[in-house]
Write a protein that binds this ligand. Structure first.
Ligand code: OSB
Ligand code: MG
Length: 391
């Protein structure tokens, strides 16, 4: 069942999409078990409604298929060839209708679908003059933030970053791990930070069940959760591991749809869900996963994909829903970029909270269009293939 948007207003009709690629250099390279990101290649969409309303959205696919199978190239092609043509020129009573239209007979390509679908939520927010958080059913005006720390060359460097993060106010410290750089690293962080700080580890699918005894050593470190230790599409082995471990398992890569989230709950493959709207195909699927998790007593939190300030606006709005009860990977702009493409940039208060912009519709921040223009390395304009009768 589709939960309607919380608001009302005129029908939505996207009559133009401008697709761009920008490059933004990370202040510090980010290493996960399956690869390194230095220069973030980001696809941005600018969506124009027939009424003149417009907004931006972001596609979170990386350059390489090392997190999920999508890349910026596959997403670009999917949007241009299959997804944008489904939406352009068509009328929707509300943004919750978009997901099914993109889903029908197009398998996968969730990040490409999400970029289009989330843009439709953003556009509706502008069109209906309703804050995005409100439109989505958000109930909070501040959301807690955690930091995700990439793999470091040695434990001492990780400890330094973790200590600085706690001092800055972050409410959860996530440590990336991989075989050879795991228990020892996390233990060093636990010893340095003490027992009261919330710590977790994220393996990005770097382990197999052969590592079960080794992973179980993490139980001694009292982690809030262990994120995605096993295969990116696995649910069955995660259930085996969860039976063996006291630490709650959180799934990220494995949860690609509402059905997968239901399967996880049925199979007991984990006890927490990381929701990234890009990974699940957008906001409608994110809300549906949020809802079924809430019914099952499973907490969720909003993951991050090293987004620019545009993608972050959508994540912050989503994280204002009630069952996002754990801190999200929603670090301030300045953690990633010398200069973000929105103003004001995203910040965090001393208590580690991001403020949800409820004072203005759409992204809630202004987009630096000149800055984006200067960073653009390719651009393509998409319009309806033909004039649809009656429009
Ligand atoms: O697994 O959550 C992940 C970054 C790149 C690829 C995968 C992941 C991450 C993060 C970054 O943890 C979180 C952030 O955007 O701050
Ligand atoms: Mg993860």
């Amino acid at each position: 069942m589709t939960r309607p948007a919380s608001g009302t207003g005129p029908a939505l009709q996207v009559d133009r999409i401008i697709l761009r690629e920008i490059r933004l250099e990370l202040k510090e390279p980010f290493r996960i078990s399956s690869g390194l990101v230095t220069d973030r290649r980001i696809a941005l969409l600018q969506l124009f409604d027939a009424s003149g309303a417009r907004t931006w959205s972001e596609c979170v696919a990386f350059q390489l298929p090392n997190y999920t199978s999508e890349t910026i190239e596959t997403a670009w092609m999917a949007i241009r060839e299959w997804l944008a043509p489904r939406i352009l020129g068509r009328q929707f009573a509300g943004p919750e209708e978009v997901h099914a239209v993109l889903e029908k007979n197009i398998r996968g390509h969730n990040m490409a679908k999400a970029a289009v679908e989330m843009g439709c939520w953003g556009l509706t927010s502008v069109l209906w003059n309703t804050p995005l958080s409100t439109l989505l059913g958000g109930t909070r005006d501040r959301v807690p933030t955690g930091i995700s720390l990439g793999i470091q060359a040695e434990p001492a460097l990780l400890v330094q970053r973790a200590e600085a993060a706690v001092a800055a106010g972050y409410r959860k410290i996530k440590v990336k791990i991989q075989p050879g750089q795991d228990v020892e690293y996390v233990r060093a962080v636990r010893e340095a930070l003490g027992d009261t700080v919330g710590i977790m580890a994220d393996a990005n699918s770097a382990y197999t069940l052969r590592d079960i005894d080794h992973l179980a050593e993490l139980d001694a470190l009292d982690l809030i959760m262990l994120e995605q230790p096993l295969g990116d599409d696995d649910l069955v082995r995660h259930a085996t591991l969860q039976r063996r471990m006291k630490t709650p398992i959180c799934l990220d890569e494995s949860i690609t749809s509402v059905d997968r989230a239901e399967d996880m709950i049925t199979l007991k493959s984990g006890r927490i869900i990381n929701i990234k709207p890009g990974r699940v195909g957008g906001m409608s699927a994110s809300r549906a996963i949020h809802d079924i998790a809430q019914q099952a007593g499973i907490p969720v939190w909003c993951g991050g994909m090293l987004e620019s300030g545009i993608g972050r606006a959508y994540n912050v709005a989503l994280a204002s829903l009630p069952n996002f009860s754990l801190p999200g990977d929603l670090s301030p702009s300045a953690r990633y970029w010398a200069r973000d493409i929105v103003s004001p940039e995203w910040t965090m208060d001393a208590e580690g909270m991001v403020h949800v912009p409820l004072g203005r519709p759409g992204l809630g921040v202004a987009v630096d269009e000149d800055g984006i223009e200067a960073l653009t390395v390719r651009r393509e304009e998409l319009r309806p293939a033909r004039v649809v009768a009656g429009t």
